[in-house]
Design a protein around this ligand. Structure first.
Ligand SMILES: [Fe+2]
Length: 356
């Protein structure tokens, strides 16, 4: 597997040539240790999503440039912004993918690198505890400013390094980031105010060492097929043909011939977390599926989404496909849709079973 293109973003999900496709949340934002859903979702949709939208806009602008006519200041400006936006996209993806629990369970809060990574940290830093002390101190030293604390594998140096980064474009040449900790104020201010050190400690209590360990194996060329599943949202359909990216859905909705039926599935307990929906979608309770499924057309594609694209839409799509419908689950749910700048309308519960 290519670490730059983990499996939940398959080539067929790329909406247009050159488009960088949004990566979904792998963490469950409502069940983290001491990090609020409001903070995590705002960070993902606005800062990560903003960088992604900026990167794609810059790339489109670059593709249309007449290089022979372009001025040096135009080239310097666009290429600088492209580098910064690309760095922000990639580092935010590594940051968010390094957080979260196992399957449906919240993070354990334990310092528990898997065996291979623990041995490498011990080899290169003396012990896991010594690595942890240096990494945390490096992150806290960025408090009051901005930047990234990065654990990276350097093939040239033959070791893992704790790398200090002043901004999104700052990286050790040739090194592969394994873990990235966002030290920009937007990453913590909503929950922690100016208490950056408390934020760093809380991030360390939410790490997903399984995925960090898989990134290390991939970086040193020892990734396995089993590692792929770690980068797929929990409960999402494993088959690529049962998933649709936000970009692909946006393109399909703009095309009258390919426009899918939109289903918004939401557990009753999650309704208070919702405020909006995709225009034209109908909202349903997953438990009432046997009652609403027969009203669906069999001659049109169906796109199903939930909040983040975990098992709520995954289970509905599995059942729809079992019954012969051409159904696909939106990768990353409405959260990823927001991140790409997709439009929404206020939530309409008139079709929801058991609606008040
Ligand atoms: Fe950020």
């Amino acid at each position: 597997m290519d670490v730059r293109n983990p499996p939940s973003v398959s080539p067929r999900q790329i909406a247009a040539p050159g488009t960088v496709v949004v990566r979904p949340f792998l963490l469950k934002p409502q069940w983290m240790n001491g990090l609020s859903e409001r903070l995590l979702v705002s960070h993902y949709e606005n800062d990560y999503g903003g960088a992604l939208r900026r990167l794609n806009a810059i790339r489109a602008r670059l593709a249309a440039r007449d290089w022979a006519q372009a001025s040096s200041f135009e080239i310097n400006g666009l290429k600088r912004e492209e580098l910064m936006a690309a760095g922000a996209v990639i580092l935010h993806e590594i940051y968010f993918e390094s957080l979260g629990g196992h399957g449906d369970r919240p993070p354990t809060g334990l310092l528990e690198p898997p065996a291979g990574l623990a041995e490498a940290l011990t080899r290169d830093f003396g012990s896991v505890t010594a690595w942890h002390a240096e990494f945390v101190a490096m992150a806290k030293a960025l408090a009051g400013g901005s930047g990234w604390a990065i654990l990276a594998w350097s093939g040239r140096l033959g070791r893992l390094v704790n790398q200090w980064a002043a901004d999104h474009g700052h990286g050790l040449a040739g090194a592969v980031p394994i873990l990235a900790l966002d030290m920009y104020e937007h990453a913590y201010h909503l929950d922690f105010g100016a208490k950056a050190a408390a934020y760093v400690d809380q991030i360390m209590a939410n790490l997903n060492w399984e995925r960090i360990g898989a990134r290390y194996r991939l970086a040193i060329g020892e990734g396995t097929a089993e590692d792929d599943a770690l980068f797929l949202p929990f409960g999402a359909p494993p088959q690529a043909e049962a998933r649709i990216s936000a970009e692909e859905l946006k393109a399909a909705l703009d095309d009258e011939d390919r426009r899918p039926v939109l289903l918004d599935v939401c557990l009753p307990r999650d309704l208070p977390r919702r405020t909006d929906m995709l225009a034209g979608a109908s909202m349903h309770a997953p438990a009432a599926l046997p009652h609403w499924i027969n009203a669906l057309p069999r001659d049109r594609p169906i796109a199903v989404y939930c909040i983040c694209g975990f098992q709520v839409s995954g289970t509905a799509v599995k059942e729809l496909r079992r019954r012969g419908y051409d159904a696909r689950a939106l990768v990353g749910g409405i959260t990823a849709w927001h991140a790409i700048g997709g439009g929404t309308v206020p939530m309409d519960m008139s079709t929801y079973e058991g609606a008040p």
